[in-house]
Design a protein. Sequence first.
Length: 292
Amino acid sequence: MTRSFLFVPGDSGKKLLKAAESDADAVIVDLEDSVAPREKPRARSIARDFLSQHGELELWVRINPLDTEDALADLRSLMPSGPTGIVLPKPHGARDAVQLGKLLDVLEQEYDLPAGSTSVLPIATERPAALFHLHEYIGATPRLAGLTWGAEDLSAAVGASRTRDDSGNWLEPYGLARSLCLIAAAAAGVRAIDTVFTDYRDDQGLRTYAENARRDGFGGMLAIHPAQVAIINEAFLPSNAEVERAQRIVDLFAESPDAGAIGLEGKMLDRPHLTQAREILELAKLQSGQRK
């Protein structure tokens, strides 16, 4: 269960090595926004070497948008190293994830990788029109590993001067995008991953944000600095009370395997509660050092 996804510029071997030594559950090698256009060929070379040397890690690659020439160059350069998945920026909608999946079909075969082994994680809200197509991710591609969202490109597209209020809370348009991402992921049956907390020096602000993200239903969070990883990982682990309750739910359903619902503490619980309880127990394994 991946809680923390750490973005690292693909053109910095030093930062990539530091990320590999961190406790991030996953590293996202970024070939898009953090790399200047003239540096992209060099970044592909550095990233390719990094992936080849760290295959034991969960490694994702954020390629350039699918409607750019750089996207195919990114894929051809990095796919031979067998990344865990591709982070898809600025999709117009699920059709871009489907198109990416078709490209991956070809490249997996070309580079002798297991069919369907490369997952896709779209940053689903960076284009305004994409917000009206989030429901189309339902059943779009079996490669879909989750949905995440971003506010900066969206705010630039609509002409906003800021994304948060003076208290640090999302302004209404970006709170809406966050909520739609969460609901769309649930409807598609995949995990929702919350966006970055940009002030990497504000530990308490990050802790509060990450705890609220888990409370709201997000399964993990993006990070932009190794110092954020420990706080995010801790925030997405369940409490002892949650683990105990989850185990009771699993045990009760095991005692009545044909039951559609069970009673616990005066409340009726159905199969979605069982699914949630199992996920909590999977997260608890991380707490005891057993990585899934």
